[in-house]
Design a protein around this ligand. Structure first.
Ligand code: NAP
Length: 449
């Protein structure tokens, strides 16, 4: 036992000042400890230590010129985390908070998420501490071109295939893709999340949000319940959040609140298709705060970011879809007191470990992001296949495929619960253990590399 605990200690010591990375590693370690205790080969072969060490971390300078002609300098990264199951795959984040710790935590989570999809996908993550907010299209384009001028030599359609994440949507993917194509003089599927006229898959924009709600649907089916008429909170107002809300409307649920980095909107009358379309215009077209949404509807109130947050609104279900550690223990307690029965994560690591423990102990159905938000990378995997075949699949077929993948992930969790005698609906430990075993076995088979 002491030797096993030393594993975690030594990983923490080897990666100092990386709080988010430690948090992600500790969660998985706690889940898989019983598996390590029973499997001497995994311990002797240092599988956990190997999984925690990125295969490669690329860090580089990104210089570009702003609209005033001034030179700007940013830090660019690509973390190539694990290629046991396939080429490195994972999004790019452009946000001022980006650093090595955040990208390593995201790349680490990606290993397990990608394993759960059942597709041949390794794991990576990247981005820059660049803030696209308030920048002109020209500035965003010049930044993307500068990022790719270095990154192109490290990625490739059979090596490493980035996608979007916070601050990287179709506009940024377009500029990145155009630059890569210009340098290589080849039209390759080197990025996913492309526009559907130039190699992108139908349903990729919707996939993470839709997949999340499919997963919640399967969690509820397991306890003979459904999303119909459930009051829901969806944090964020970006890609994942918008399509989670869209699918919730289709399932007959009532979305009463959403948020962004400026605050949250509470609308007791609930979201409608018309309101959601306006929200998309405000966020994706005008790129404004959600306060502009609330200005249009008498039933909607905007509260500026401060002492109160979205989690203070009573609801049956909550879907954090903004960013890491956005939901703390105090929020979890209020949500539970107000009657929360299900929480599924659209964002990566949105709940602190204390909040997760509280949900598990107080029997709130808890869907961990590695399982519940895997729909996005799954459809990215399908985009890679379509690019290799030189074909587009129909949206209706992709919808069926996404639902089947989310169902499969849910079933894989239930199988792991059974196999490892976990508590009923313990999706947290099931996702971590099921994915770890798969990746560990692949690494063992491929030898000490
Ligand atoms: P996005 O389109 O950039 O949207 C992010 C949203 O979260 C925005 O509304 C943003 O507000 C809000 N936000 C960001 N930081 C915040 C903070 N500190 N406090 C409050 N709100 C904040 O990004 P996304 O693609 O939806 O990603 C959201 C989350 O899902 C991330 O954790 C990401 O890693 C995860 N995820 C994404 C995908 C995918 O396919 N995109 C797949 C799996 C997981 P503003 O609009 O004011 O900036």
């Amino acid at each position: 036992m002491a030797a096993l605990n030393n594993i975690l200690k030594s990983i923490t010591q080897k990666n100092p000042h990386e709080a988010e990375y430690h948090q992600a590693v500790e969660e998985v370690f706690e889940s898989i400890l019983p598996v390590l205790k029973k499997n001497k080969t995994f311990v002797d072969e240092k599988l956990f230590e190997r999984i925690c060490e990125p295969e490669r971390v690329i860090s580089f300078r990104v210089c570009w010129t702003d609209d005033q002609g001034k030179v700007q300098v940013n830090k660019g990264f690509r973390v190539q985390m694990n290629s046991a199951l396939g080429p490195y795959k994972g999004g790019l984040r452009f946000h001022p908070s980006v650093n090595q710790s955040i990208l390593k935590f995201l790349a680490f989570e990606q290993i397990f998420k990608n394993a759960l999809t059942g597709l041949p996908l390794g794991a990576g993550k990247g981005g820059a501490d660049f803030d696209p907010k308030g920048k002109s299209d020209g500035e965003v384009m010049r930044f993307c071109q500068a990022w790719m001028m270095e990154a192109y030599r490290h990625i490739g359609h059979y090596t490493d295939i980035p996608a979007g994440d916070i601050g990287v949507g179709e506009r940024e993917i377009g500029y990145l893709f155009g630059t890569y194509k210009k340098i290589q003089n080849e039209f390759q599927g080197v990025l996913t999340g492309k526009g559907t006229d130039w190699g992108g898959s139908y349903l990729r924009p919707e996939a993470t949000g839709y997949g999340l709600i499919h997963f919640a649907h399967f969690m509820l089916t397991e306890v003979d319940d459904n999303l119909g008429n459930k009051t829901c909170l969806v944090s964020g107002a970006g890609n994942v959040s918008q399509f989670a809300m869209e699918k919730l409307l289709q399932e007959g649920a009532k979305v009463v609140a959403f948020s962004d980095s400026t605050g949250f909107v509470h609308d007791p009358e609930g979201m409608t298709e018309e309101k959601l379309s306006h929200l998309k215009t405000v966020k994706n077209g005008e790129r404004k705060s959600i306060s502009a949404f609330a200005d249009k509807y008498a039933s909607a109130t905007f509260t500026t970011k401060g002492s109160k947050n979205i989690w203070s609104i009573p609801a049956d279900c909550a879907f954090p879809c903004a960013t890491q550690n956005e939901l703390e223990l105090a929020d979890a307690k209020i949500l539970r007191k107000n009657g929360l029965m299900l929480l599924a994560e659209g964002a990566n690591m949105p709940c602190t470990p204390e909040a997760i423990n509280y949900f598990q102990e107080s029997k709130v159905l808890y869907g961990p992001g590695k399982a519940s938000n895997a729909g996005g990378v799954a459809v990215s995997g399908l985009e890679m296949t379509q690019n290799r075949m030189g074909r587009y699949w129909a949206k209706i077929d992709l919808e069926k495929e996404l639902r089947a993948i989310m169902k499969n992930i849910h079933e894989k969790c239930l199988e792991t619960i059974d196999k490892h005698h976990l508590e009923e609906q313990d999706y947290l430990n099931a996702a971590n253990i099921g994915a770890f075993e798969k990746v560990a076995k692949a690494m063992l088979a491929q030898g000490t590399v």
